[in-house]
Design a protein around this ligand. Sequence first.
Ligand SMILES: [Zn+2]
Length: 465
Amino acid sequence: MARAPSPKARAESSERKRPAAKRDPNAVLFRGATVVTCDAQDQVLRADVLVEHGRIARVGKVRPSQPVEVIDARDRLLLPGLVMAHVHLCQVLLRGMADDLPLLDWLAKRIWPLEAAHSERSMRASAELGLAEMLSAGVTTILDLGTVHHHDVVFDACARAGVRTFGGKSLMDRGTQVPARLKETTAQSLRDAERLADEWTRHDSGRIHYAWIPRFILSCSEAQIRGALERAQDRGALFHTHAAEHPGEKRAVRDAVGGDDVDVLRRWGMRGKNCSIAHGVQLTPRQMKQLAKDQVGVVHCPSANLKLGSGIARVHELRQAGVTVAVGADGAPCNNNLDPWREMRLAAQLSSPIAGPGALPARSALRMLTIDAARLLGVESEQGSIEVGKRADLIVVRRDELHTLPALDPIGTLVYATQSHDVEHALVGGQWVLRDRQLLTLDADQVRSSAKAEAPRLMRRAGLR
Ligand SMILES: [Zn+2]
């Protein structure tokens, strides 16, 4: 199989840096911001930031040589757009339909029947609701896990919304409680994933990157997982799956495959920088060290782990072991919000009762949603920090709210006090997606009315109402 360009190379070809001398009519200058760079030194600067041709052109005292739109960013924090590194857009419409159940019952009794009942219309309503919620909260990049069908609709919604997207369909070819509509043959599932990868990699937005996503080891055969790993490797794409989530699941996995999922996945070939797992709650110290050695990342999903009773991932130990850790909200039915600020704060706070305050300091929690997340996605040279030449995925956050003042420590304010509606502006690759708290790429009223109309229909089709 011919080696396709890496996600990074593909993105560069689609969002090629144009000659700096050429005037950009969409250039914008953020004047006088407090810039939380998330660079290697965690620098916080009082500076202007000039965006030209979709990239960060200058940081410092800027006197533009050409006319440029100026945004007064005094009393504002300017930081990299946040990365939601594990989310299920297909499940957003399921919010509130599966509360108070443990993981395996939650999946078999509610989530799978509801996913199986999706139509194209309900899938679009679900994806747009999630995208509207996340863009409003300052998320500019997602790693999204689809269900088995209708993933073209999800990618189309992501492309229209302007969010930078890594994602793919769920691969499922076995499992006793999986509905027939969600169970494909190994060949069918891999063939459809190849089709999606081929079609959406060429999409002209340049912001869609296919990821190979076997759902979890209990719903996937060895052949399917090996097939996904090989294709991800050949195409320079991401491989992502759920693993080491819940104690009950851990027992079921041992019964089914004779060992822990991360160990079996490793035996089947899961290693390398392009691989990551979500959750990692049940990992042993030995497994943490092995993941670090294999360069496999972990996405921490604190709210979902608490709600489903999975436990608390030992994130400070993972980081100490050298594992790259990012953060995700997981699905709306197990959270029930897609709020990066809540997840960031929880990630920082949950380490305290385990290892004491400061075990996971605020600056580390912020990095897990910015530069560390970019590293997990393999795009840390292109995004995740505010440095000249990087993509202008930026957000502007108010710091003069009643619940944030006096806001003397910018990073502490962001991690412990900021709420999603404090996000004022957001840009992806220099393109505005949120301005003065108004969504520009999605019609919020339309998103609301579609969600209200489609949710009861979906429940009826699933036989749950
Ligand atoms: Zn998940």
